[in-house]
Design a protein around this ligand. Sequence first.
Ligand code: FMN
Length: 168
Amino acid sequence: MSSILVVYGTKTGCTTSIAEHIGATLVDAGWVVDVTAAEEKPDPSAYDAVIVGSGVRAGNWHGPVKSWVTTYAQTLKGMPTAFFTTGLTIARGPESADEVRAYTDPLVEATGVQPVDIGLFPGMNDLKKLSLPERLIMKAMKVPEGDFRDMDAVADWTREVVGKLGAE
Ligand SMILES: Cc1cc2nc3c(=O)[nH]c(=O)nc-3n(C[C@H](O)[C@H](O)[C@H](O)COP(=O)(O)O)c2cc1C
């Protein structure tokens, strides 16, 4: 049985729920799975594959996830790795996919870690969970409030990406 490490970065917990849904989908399909926050600095070397993702601020993955990928770049380059990005731009529709997919280009360039795929998932705009400056930014930009997560789409992507990760 193959083992998969799911690593995530989050500010408000939104991406935690998506990482956990990826993990639960993999468990249902018979994989051995650990779902861990990037801050816990899990060592990927004992796993057969990795899925790593983050929420976004201003087109950037959160710092601890970028640091984790950078720290373990040598290991990740030698194993199948998929990325996923949780944000609100993708909630506008598929025409924003290229823009959102490109958020991780600088990380790929800096580390050489080449994802087999990048899942793009709508997140949440829950003003209660944001700092005052963040709330002001979201209001100024007239970003609609709400929960745009689509857990069925997360599960569909997970079942699809397993094939690309070569896990059996
Ligand atoms: C200040 C701020 C900036 C954001 N910038 C982006 C962005 O550039 N692109 C995007 O797709 N989403 C952006 N978002 C939306 C978040 O990525 C989204 O709310 C996501 O669900 C956050 O997940 P997390 O709380 O797990 O980190 C931004 C949110 C805030 C509060």
